[in-house]
Ligand binder design. Sequence first.
Ligand code: UTP
Length: 488
Amino acid sequence: MADRAVASTIQRGDRLNQARAALEAVGQDHLLRFHDHLDAEGRDRLLSQVEQLDWPGIAALIREHGHETATFRLPEKIDPAPWYPNRPTPDLEGKYAEARQRGDQLIRDGRIAAFTVAGGQGTRLGWKGPKGGFPATPVRGLCLFGCLAEYIDKVQRKYDAQVPWYVMTSTENHEQTLELFEREKHFGLDPGNLMFFSQAMLPAFDKDSGKVLLTAPDRLALSPNGHGGSLMALYESGATADMKRRGIELISYTQIDNPIVKVIDPVFTGLHALDGGQMSSKVIRKTYPKERLGNFCMVDGRITIIEYSDLPDDLAHEQREDGELRFNAGSIALHVIQREFVESLNEAPGGFALPYHRAEKKVPCVDIDTGELVEPDEPNAVKLETFVFDALPLCETSVVYETERSEEFAPIKNEDRPGCVECPSWSRMRQTQRAAAWLEQHGVTVPRNADGEVDAEIEISHRTAVEPDDLKEASLPQSIDPGQSVLL
Ligand code: UTP
């Protein structure tokens, strides 16, 4: 017994010495200031966090992004990216029909996996726990993970095919996500077709001193490294190897926050496959020049997203002859990605790197001198993230396809407040509007007020329909009463 206790003390001493040496080498040894006052669990937690990080790499990032505000270098020549419209023009009708067939076949043959990035912190929504657990739908209050799960369930039944689902979490919400799926009995999906993995984390650091912050004496201020981290995490977690074993060729990438997202879209996937894309994207048509969406541009022959804040005003306002904005394709972060593209990025000699984006944030942190927790009033810290769309210029071929806002855009990002957009009440309203439009296409009378707004709450479960045509098999009411709550 005594021997084991001595051995464990020596081991702890070694760990501490190694951690101290690694941190001293990069001027971050203040992180161990409270180590000696922690209990065994706290010491272990702190040392484990320190051990998991690449400190020379972090020091280099802090040197590069620590002090200056990142300046975006505008390319010399920027053109709008070409994109496929949502509904085909007459010359594209044949191609779209072929794309639908190809997409349907890929699903039927089990070549497509669903992939959801759910590692974000959901700060703006202020929901405790994984964002995927947020109750999203108008009638049942089904959570966001549930909306996506029902979609996958329907696709599997409709095509008599398997659609494995890969979910990226962060170390902050991984366990809670697993618990949620257990509690919900995996929303009826086969747990053998689900895989969860965490993305890498990066520490937030003080914006003036470059010192990494602690959120508690035994905890670094870690946050996920951005959705761009998914391209590495897919590979390192073994997800792409698992896909390969299953014969998966294409990854349908979606975010967790949109309850009406088409988790698998046969036309989009078909267009991507027909054109031989490596990573393709869906866009919506912008409604005004500086709308807060990334702009799809063409730079040096490659599709490139330029943030709304970086696109110069004259370009943002420029109009075509028909009066439409010249840069009118806005990003909604939906992609189809070739599995082999993800593998090739990760297997490239020297690996691959996406650029880091710097954001100044308010991060509550421990005062290193007093040990007290400080709640900052102003942004005190820098967080660094990579964005998945920065991989687009690495593609030789990349398809851009328009989707309609009314059909596919109801993300929940913000807390509810009067007049809010991209918040829960706004999303429920958009879900109802889409459901109403689908029902009206099948002759159901939907109550609308003088402004044309739907005077009812309507929810169509994805198990019932993932597109309007699926409602042919459903038993539908002839009409809906004003104020009624209807679940189909
Ligand atoms: P957002 O930035 O819109 O949402 O991420 P968020 O990070 O959840 O919320 P805020 O910004 O703190 O309020 C868009 C999508 O990317 C995922 C999110 O989970 C969401 O699905 N994401 C974001 C990650 O998976 N990892 C990240 O590091 C960041």
